[in-house]
Design a protein around this ligand. Structure first.
Ligand SMILES: Cc1ncc(COP(=O)(O)O)c(C=O)c1O
Length: 417
């Protein structure tokens, strides 16, 4: 594999994947993948050149039409609506139920803070959530005098072949942890640390039968762009995602799918002009009228050129294959990696069976050497990461991963440990 820097300049229209019929595969279109072996898709996905180019062109267009003129507003409105329409196809919901955000965390916390909690109510949060979301739940519990319960899913270590058993265990754990006044359940669609896939629709069905009808907040950081998500979006109250991981879009753009009852019952919290139905007469007495759709959770000026970048990355991913076919490929690759790691004496994989998607977590038997392994691999330009808590190693495979890269990773680990 070539580890040289890409020779093409990204803004050269002649080399643009958008202007010419595509000849290069997705991997070849990604400058980040030309000079390293990359396994940190769950941290940040590499952006293909055509997406970078379309961001630049959108920025140019805004300068040409505006940046602040009457001519630019229809362009901006169209960019937003086109992006929401693309997202609505992936999420299987009407585009009016989507709010554009900057990242996963804002998609989780903006609607979270607006929920109508009453003193003494409870939040049930899984023990595999990202620190920002956990901190937000802890803080809201403190300020609104709520209680936090923990849903134990970290110990679920079965692989894809035993997904039925995993599903059963998740539901058992859920039923055992729900109280009669649980108002919110927080869980990720794909757990960022174990790599386990969580059955969101089954959880949702259980919650609908529960007397307090808890809201379901799903962190989709590791699912959007990687696995089919429409069913989960349709069954969640808050389904928050970002474009910059598995969708290989630019950082700084994400979104959240909101259920009808969230739109009705959660009040905007980070309030700005974009949340408002009208900006005129705002000083008049009376209740401020917020949008009655996803826009009530949008705030103010944001980076419009990123929208065309994300649309382009999603289109290129789709041209590779449908999301279900991509997942099958990812599963084959993660099984290959998981098998290879299991053949090594000094390595322990976190899951006891082949992973359900592209996240493969493991650690060395001597866990103190994990950090050094990451930096030693980095010296060979092979990039995996160490997670914070639990401090496991994680290598992610995507449709742009080659089997030969996985063999190279396994060989390098074998050599180092
Ligand atoms: C499960 C999960 N949630 C949230 C985040 C934070 O993402 P963002 O910075 O887009 O809010 C991450 C990032 O790694 C994540 O893996």
């Amino acid at each position: 594999m070539s580890r040289n820097s890409p020779s093409k300049t990204i803004f050269n229209n002649e080399s643009s994947g958008l202007f010419k019929p595509r000849q290069l595969g997705l991997k070849e279109l990604m400058p980040a993948l030309q000079n390293k072996i990359y396994f940190n898709y769950g941290g940040q996905g590499p952006i293909p050149n055509p997406a970078l180019e379309s961001i630049f062109r959108s920025w140019e267009k805004i300068q040409e039409l505006g940046p602040f003129t009457n001519k630019v507003w229809p362009y901006i409105a169209n960019e937003i609506i086109e992006t929401k329409k693309d997202l609505s196809k992936i999420c299987g919901v009407e585009h009016s139920r989507i709010a554009l955000t900057e990242n996963v965390t804002s998609g989780c916390v903006y609607p979270l803070w607006g929920l109508p909690f009453k003193k003494g109510e409870r939040i049930l949060i899984s023990d595999c959530e990202h620190p920002g979301v956990v901190a937000a739940c802890k803080e809201i519990a403190l300020r609104k005098e709520l209680n936090i319960d923990i849903l134990k899913v970290r110990q679920l270590r079965r692989g894809i072949e035993n997904s039925q058993e995993t599903e059963f265990e998740v539901i058992q754990a859920l039923k055992n942890s729900l109280h009669k006044n649980t108002k919110l359940v927080v869980i990720s669609h794909v757990l960022w640390n174990t790599g386990q896939l969580i059955p969101i629709s089954v959880i949702s069905n259980t919650l609908k039968k529960h007397p307090s009808k808890p809201y379901l907040l799903v962190d989709a950081a590791q699912s959007f762009g990687q696995i089919p998500i429409a069913q989960a979006c349709q069954n969640s109250d808050i389904y928050a995602f970002t474009g910059h991981k598995w969708a290989c879009g630019p950082e700084g753009l994400g979104g959240v799918v909101l259920s009808d009852r969230i739109i009705l019952e959660s009040k905007p919290t980070l309030i700005g002009w974009r949340s408002l139905q009208k900006e005129v007469s705002i000083y008049e007495e009376g209740i401020t009228q917020f949008h009655t759709d996803g826009r009530r959770f949008e705030v103010a000026t944001s980076c419009i050129p990123l929208l065309s970048g994300l649309r382009c990355s999603l289109k290129l991913l789709n041209e590779e294959d449908s999301v279900s076919q991509r997942l099958i490929k990812i599963q084959k690759l993660s099984r290959y990696l998981w098998d290879g790691l299991n053949e090594m004496k000094n390595v322990k994989t976190v899951l006891n069976g082949a992973p359900p998607c592209g996240l493969v977590s493991f650690h060395l038997l001597n866990q103190e050497a994990d950090n050094k392994l990451v930096s030693d691999l980095g010296k060979q330009d092979i990039w995996i990461r160490i997670l914070e808590d639990p401090a496991w190693l994680r290598a992610c495979v995507h449709v742009t991963t080659n089997q030969s890269e996985i063999s190279e990773l396994i060989r390098a680990i074998g050599q180092i440990v």
